[in-house]
Design a protein around this ligand. Structure first.
Ligand code: PGA
Length: 253
């Protein structure tokens, strides 16, 4: 049985006050689901990781960072290493988010290095993959997902990949208000699971969690979660509103 997983990606939002306030409201509001089998994580901006981690120290909610560099230390101005993130209590790390791929310009090769470094450093990557609208319209979704998964996980054994959560996030659905239909999500998720079975083995394919992300809202969460291969949700905009995020968590149980 794959345990449901709901993660909030705050992107470049919040400030000193609102990050802690949001954290506390999510922790309090989800305290009664703590005993249920659901993994919950929030991914604040780097600057608020420490205060959010502190605010969550006695809670069931994990903290993730939105990026990491693949080198462990040294002359890499502006970068943050896995050991620094571990040091302040991070558990998860987003890798390959579409905004980093398509806005910042990260390549598949760089994402592979970051995922490998994260696993080696004891962080759990949430590897985001997904096609652009033009790629979906050209029937290239399968090809794009295959290229991203094969290159982003290159050189990693099944044992290492068991630390990874995959997030299928069609780029046309992110921040656009246009959620994939539950059927579109299921189709892509089962494709990804079969691909993992081919690349590794059935056991890993059965155990790996595949989240859906892209304009998830409280009213779309339940039907997405009802799909066989949708194991959780990666939530952007709606994770900035405690009530919406809590309703999405509730839908995932
Ligand atoms: P969104 O973002 O829910 O605002 O579409 C999802 C994501 O980018 O992870």
């Amino acid at each position: 049985m794959r345990r449901p997983f709901v993660a909030g990606n705050w992107k470049m939002n919040t400030d000193t006050h609102t990050s802690v306030d949001l954290t506390k409201r999510i922790a309090t509001g989800s305290s009664e689901v703590a005993g249920h089998s659901v993994t919950i994580a929030v991914c604040p901006p780097f600057t608020y990781l420490q205060s959010v981690t502190k605010a969550l120290s006695a809670s069931h909610i994990a903290v993730g960072a939105q990026d990491v560099y693949f080198e462990s230390n040294g002359a890499f101005t502006g970068e943050i290493s896995t050991s620094m993130l571990k040091d302040i209590g991070c558990t998860y790390i987003l890798c390959g988010h579409s905004e980093r791929r398509h806005v910042i310009g990260e390549t598949d090769e760089l994402i592979n290095k970051k995922a490998a470094a994260a696993i080696a450093g004891g962080l759990l990557p949430i590897l985001c993959i997904g096609e652009l609208l033009a790629e979906r319209d050209a029937d290239q979704t399968g090809q794009v997902i295959t290229r991203q998964l094969k290159s982003n996980l290159a050189g990693l054994s099944a044992e290492k990949v068991s630390a990874v959560t995959i997030a299928y996030e069609p780029v046309w659905a992110i921040g656009t208000g246009r959620t994939a239909t539950p059927q579109q999500a299921q189709e892509a998720h089962s494709f990804i699971r079969e691909l993992i079975a081919q690349m590794y083995d059935e056991e890993l394919a059965e155990e790996i969690r595949i989240l859906y992300g892209g304009s998830v809202k409280p009213d779309s969460a339940e039907s997405l979660m009802r799909q066989n291969d949708v194991d959780g949700l990666l939530v952007g905009g709606a994770s900035l509103k405690a009530d919406d995020f809590l309703a999405i968590i509730q839908a995932a149980i």
